[in-house]
Design a protein around this ligand. Structure first.
Ligand code: PLP
Length: 400
């Protein structure tokens, strides 16, 4: 492990310990290590309290009644919209909009069907990732099929990756983007390889007018995030991966390029309790400090990557903890995926659980992944510890 990572862990230990103590499910299970936060994250007491408080003080429907509980719920939903804009560092909150969803998958599909499909004409091109999460590929292919049935043919191009580092290749993107390029979809942090995909380079590659939609499922709640520095048009994320309840998420739309984002149809009753949990989760994350959460989880992931690279039977997927000197590519985030050269990943997942480690072991819903592409994925959050990583490495070493 680089000295900087060891130093970060030592320095942040006293900050992290009381935060970990705020997760009841973690505290109640000292013999288990939850290492699957990329799938869904555990909830701190403050989020559980906010849920309880909402349901026991003002539970009602939003945007309908005019009595105090209904008004309080309507106000809470509006407050959550503002809170999300603030959390995303939105420099122009009056011009943007926030639409609540059940998660990233639903959010991306909403952008595809309720916004993108209506603005494409015959011969237009869109650029999307072919090896990221399935949720960030299938909606765009669905748009192509929908339009084809109407006699409108669009071209779906692959957002190119760099072989050497696994993030996107801005030069290849610039070469393939043309006057008919109308849209780019990208992922902020890769859910299998843990790579920061360097999406800030996409804007320059495609020019000032092309809308960019960012899947931020693995970055919101894990690192400082600001749309001010990222010239993207949509940010889509899952609340449940950012410490809020399952079935929560949002689409933030800048509202500057193309028509306004107005999801169509009758929206029905929003997930008011989930929305209340989302506000509480963002408050908790801000108080904890996204910069420290990032430093802590990145250092843990670096330790795991380094430890694995010393064990010959394991192959770590994606980028190493830090990449070639001089590379602009940033380091691995809080996700480490690996394979044992002889033990199938699924079996390895079961073996690890028998030692108390909860990991994911399959293809991780990666677009195009085949069964044989499966791997074990360890994904970290603020409640994980250096001791858990050391214990995991010791267990993995015994399986050599
Ligand atoms: N995008 C990425 C990068 C993800 O990691 C995930 C979930 O793992 C999703 C999209 C889908 O999120 P959800 O299941 O919350 O819709």
């Amino acid at each position: 492990m680089a000295d900087a990572d060891a130093g970060a862990l030592e320095e942040l230990r006293s900050w992290q310990r009381p935060l970990r103590a705020q997760f009841p499910i973690i505290v109640a299970n000292p013999g288990l290590a939850y290492l699957d936060s990329a799938a869904t994250a555990q909830k701190p007491q403050a989020v559980l309290d906010a849920v309880q408080h909402y349901l026991t003080t003002s539970n009602a429907n939003a945007g309908r009644g005019s009595y105090p509980w209904a008004n309080a719920t309507t106000a809470a939903v509006e407050r959550a919209r503002g809170r999300i804009k603030e959390f995303l560092g939105d420099p122009e909150p009056d011009g943007s909009s926030v639409h609540f969803t059940g998660g990233t998958s639903e959010g991306l599909r909403t952008v595809a069907l309720n916004w993108l499909a209506g603005r494409l004409t015959d011969g237009d091109e869109i650029v999307v990732p072919f090896a990221d999460h399935e949720a960030n590929l299938s909606p765009w292919l669905e748009v192509r099929e929908l339009l084809a049935r109407q006699g409108v043919r669009i071209l779906v191009r692959e957002l190119p990756y760099q072989d050497s580092s696994g993030d996107y290749d801005p030069a290849a993107l610039a070469a393939s983007a043309g006057p008919r390029t109308r849209f780019v979809a990208a992922t902020h942090v890769h859910h299998v390889y843990g790579a920061d995909m360097n999406v800030h380079r996409i804007r320059q590659a495609v020019g000032p007018d092309v809308p960019i939609c960012l899947d931020a499922a693995q970055s919101i709640g894990h690192l400082p995030f600001s749309v001010a520095g990222l010239d993207v048009d949509f940010v889509v994320f899952s609340g449940h991966k950012a410490l809020a309840l399952p079935g929560t998420g949002a689409v933030w739309a800048r509202g500057r390029r193309g028509p306004r984002f107005r999801p169509g149809g009758w929206a029905g009753t929003p997930n008011t309790v989930g929305i209340a949990s989302l506000t509480a989760a963002l408050d908790w994350l801000d108080a904890a400090g996204p910069d420290r959460i990032e430093a802590w989880t990145v250092a843990l992931a670096a330790r795991l990557t380094d430890g694995l690279s010393g064990l010959d039977v394991y192959e770590v997927l994606g980028c190493r903890s830090s990449l070639a000197a001089g590379s602009e590519v940033q380091r691995r985030r809080s996700i480490v995926a690996f394979r044992h050269r002889e033990i199938a990943s699924r079996d390895l997942g079961f073996i690890l659980y028998s030692h108390g480690f909860m990991v994911r072991s399959d293809g991780h819903c990666q677009a195009g992944a085949r069964v044989e592409d499966g791997s074990v994925r360890v994904s970290l959050h603020v409640y994980n510890t250096a001791e858990e990583i050391e214990a995991l490495l010791a267990t993995l070493a015994n399986l050599q």
